[in-house]
Design a binder for this molecule. Structure first.
Ligand SMILES: NC(=O)c1ccc[n+]([C@@H]2O[C@H](COP(=O)([O-])OP(=O)(O)OC[C@H]3O[C@@H](n4cnc5c(N)ncnc54)[C@H](O)[C@@H]3O)[C@@H](O)[C@H]2O)c1
Length: 317
């Protein structure tokens, strides 16, 4: 028994970084979970430790073409499936719209038709672009990539579904999420997993540009907490809500902190700027606090320790 024991929850992208943690937490709290994942960037190995637990069903499929019939009895949805690479979205804007915008509309429509009560959709800090910090939900919005523009478009569909159908859905705008299972393989992976890997191997930590750019890093445990609260908070209906810490750290300071946490001989070096990178990104977090009663609880140093421990176990395994 648990707070979700009467729920059957669809998690799209459930074999990915955020999705596998959400799936784990929902199962722990008594839910039945249907994961739909096409395994384009996710992996069944992210869920293999949950196989024996019961309550989990994995469907390997494109969420954008999922038939409503597959969602029979689903009461809630967490829509995380997306193409997440910002640079790839600049290479293929139309493909990004098809996967992330049309795909999301399809999932929202299917959840509504299946009679689901509530849902959370993954939005992103990328909807804001280069604007004064801290960034608030009501804007300005100046997305600098098809990825960010697509996420903003989906936020508008969330508003439509929330106010004109029976689906109580909200959009959580995640800032820079980090933690175990974020894979450092792709060049677009979170900087924390890339730095953790380099620090453990004793390799240089390469910063794009001067390192003065700031980011708001939020731990995966806090993201999971926010999603689970939002699923059960009707007042969040239709709202975009920032999920960050409200604190920025420069990439230079992050690199030094990582070297210290890993006890590594690595050094910091600087490479060229990454085109399209915003300078500062920090969330205004009042809305998450007032609407969801959510405040992040994992301090960055503690989160870095857990991430480094996980990375160490991966390198040894
Ligand atoms: N990680 C972050 O810092 C961050 C920040 C803001 C927003 N987000 C959003 O959170 C969500 C999850 O991101 P993540 O970091 O866990 O990435 P991830 O790549 O680990 O997870 C995405 C998952 O979706 C799956 N997928 C992709 N397209 C699919 C499709 N069409 N059908 C079914 N499955 C599909 C992938 O195989 C993968 O398992 C995404 O929507 C992303 O845009 C992430």
């Amino acid at each position: 028994m648990g707070p979700f024991s009467d729920e059957r929850v669809l998690v799209t992208g459930g074999a990915g970084f955020i999705g596998s943690h959400v799936t784990e937490a929902l199962l722990e709290q008594g839910a039945q979970v249907i994961v739909v994942d096409d395994l384009s960037t996710g992996s069944v190995s992210n869920l293999s430790h949950l196989e024996g637990a019961g309550g989990l069903r994995m469907i390997e499929a494109n969420a954008a073409t999922l038939p409503v019939a597959a969602l029979e009895g689903v009461t809630m949805g967490v829509h995380l499936a997306a193409r997440t690479e910002v640079a790839a979205s600049i290479e293929d804007p139309a493909g990004t719209v098809e996967a992330n915008v049309l795909g999301s509309v399809h999932v929202l429509e299917a959840l509504n038709k299946a009679g689901a009560r509530s849902a959370v959709v993954a939005s992103s800090a990328a909807v804001y672009g280069e604007v004064p910090i801290p960034v608030a939900e009501d804007g300005p919005h100046r997305p600098m990539s098809p990825y960010g523009a697509g996420k903003l478009a989906v936020d508008h569909f969330v508003h439509y579904y929330a106010h004109h159908t029976d689906l109580a859905v909200c959009a959580l705008r995640f800032f820079n999420v980090y933690g175990p299972r974020q894979h450092p393989r792709s060049p677009y992976a979170g900087v924390i997993s890339v730095f953790a890997k380099a620090a453990l191997l004793g390799e240089d930590l390469t910063i794009n540009g001067d390192g003065g750019q700031t980011r708001d890093f939020v731990n995966i445990a806090d993201i999971v907490k926010a999603i689970l609260i939002a699923l059960r908070t009707p007042e969040a209906r239709g709202e975009p809500i920032n999920i960050g810490t409200g604190h920025g750290i420069s990439i230079e300071d992050l690199a030094r902190e990582m070297i210290s946490v890993a006890g590594s001989p690595s050094r910091v070096r600087h490479g060229p700027d990454r085109p399209g990178d915003i300078r500062h990104s920090v969330a205004k977090v009042d809305k998450a606090e007032s609407l969801l009663g959510f405040t992040p609880s994992v301090p960055l140093r503690e989160g870095l320790v857990t991430t480094v421990e996980w990375m160490r176990s991966q390198q040894q395994g």
